[in-house]
Design a protein around this ligand. Structure first.
Ligand code: NAP
Length: 276
């Protein structure tokens, strides 16, 4: 078994994820895994970084596929005996003018951004080694969408005692409410992406709390973050940040020194803790 530290970035064949892998290859003292659902796209991205003189490794990972997540888990367990850095970056967003029915957009978006990310956490968080760092890439849109939820929902999403099961129930209810076209009446904002990222931010707060309760002595730090508005296939060419600039906050959180005991359980953008 290798004692080399290991970092994994989900959805890292392009965009912010690729820029995070690039930065980690330069700064992280260990093996860095570029992961991607499509091996062809993954290999092309690895070759691109190799041409820059970097040495990322590759593993297939589709966060919508539990078997794929478990294959990565078993590989990490066997080869490294765990994991030092996990960046949950993979995500999707329908374009503003996409005509797919809202209920379908809600189901598809929540499936990857919330349920897929949660499944990765369920399988990989138990592997985190002491002083491990977990970064869940959320979005500022989670904050603005929270502000457009009913007071009752806001209270639940800001609660310091909400459980993962309760959060899953709420995310499932959103999808069901969109199918019945009652989501606005039920206090939800009209954004599937926004609700999915509320899920990611609240999940991070819950997971950080559980780490405090169950693994306090292991000094693991887990945070949600927003990369900013970044020029990628998702956000388009008018966005203000380059992918490298978008990677800065996730990489900062992934490389928090072992002496750090904060931030933890926070929502961070531009390397600054934001109110939730
Ligand atoms: P992007 O260029 O569209 O890249 C998204 C990445 O996620 C791609 O590698 C994609 O792989 C991957 N992905 C999607 N579904 C996946 C799945 N089921 N399993 C594994 N990988 C999957 O978008 P981006 O802008 O870099 O976004 C990265 C993260 O930042 C996302 O979580 C996004 O919500 C967040 N974010 C972005 C912005 C922004 O302005 N760009 C702002 C706030 C937050 P494929 O190539 O196979 O599709």
């Amino acid at each position: 078994m290798s004692s080399v530290p290991v970092a994994v970035v989900t959805g890292s064949n392009k965009g912010i994820g690729l820029a995070i892998v690039r930065a980690l290859c330069k700064q992280f003292p260990g093996d860095v895994y570029l992961t991607c659902r499509d091996p062809g796209r993954g290999q092309a991205a690895v070759e691109q970084l190799q041409q820059e003189g970097l040495r990322p490794l590759f593993h297939q990972l589709d966060i919508d596929d539990l078997q794929s997540i478990r294959a990565l888990r078993d590989f990490l367990k066997e080869k490294y005996g765990g994991l030092n850095v996990l960046v949950n970056n993979a995500g999707i967003a329908f374009k503003v003018h996409d005509t797919t029915p809202f209920a379908v957009q809600a189901e598809v978006t929540l499936k990857t951004n919330f349920f897929g990310t949660r499944n990765v956490c369920t399988e990989l968080l138990p592997l985190m080694k002491p002083y491990g760092r977990v970064v869940n890439v959320s979005s500022m849109v989670s904050s603005s969408a929270l502000g457009r939820c009913s007071q009752e929902l806001q209270q639940k999403f800001r609660s310091d005692s909400i459980t993962e099961e309760e959060l899953v129930q709420l995310m499932t209810k959103f999808v069901e409410d969109t199918k019945k076209s009652i989501h606005e009446k039920e206090g939800w904002p009209n954004t599937a992406y926004g609700v999915s990222k509320i899920g990611v931010t609240v999940l991070s707060r819950i997971q950080a709390r559980l780490l405090n309760e169950q693994r306090k002595g292991d000094h693991i730090l887990l945070n949600a973050c927003c990369p900013g508005w970044v020029r990628t296939d998702m956000a388009g060419p008018k966005a203000t940040k380059s992918p490298e600039e978008g990677a800065e906050t996730p990489v900062y959180l992934a490389l928090l020194p072992s002496s750090a005991d904060a931030p933890h359980g926070q929502f961070v953008s531009d390397k600054t803790v934001r109110p939730w």
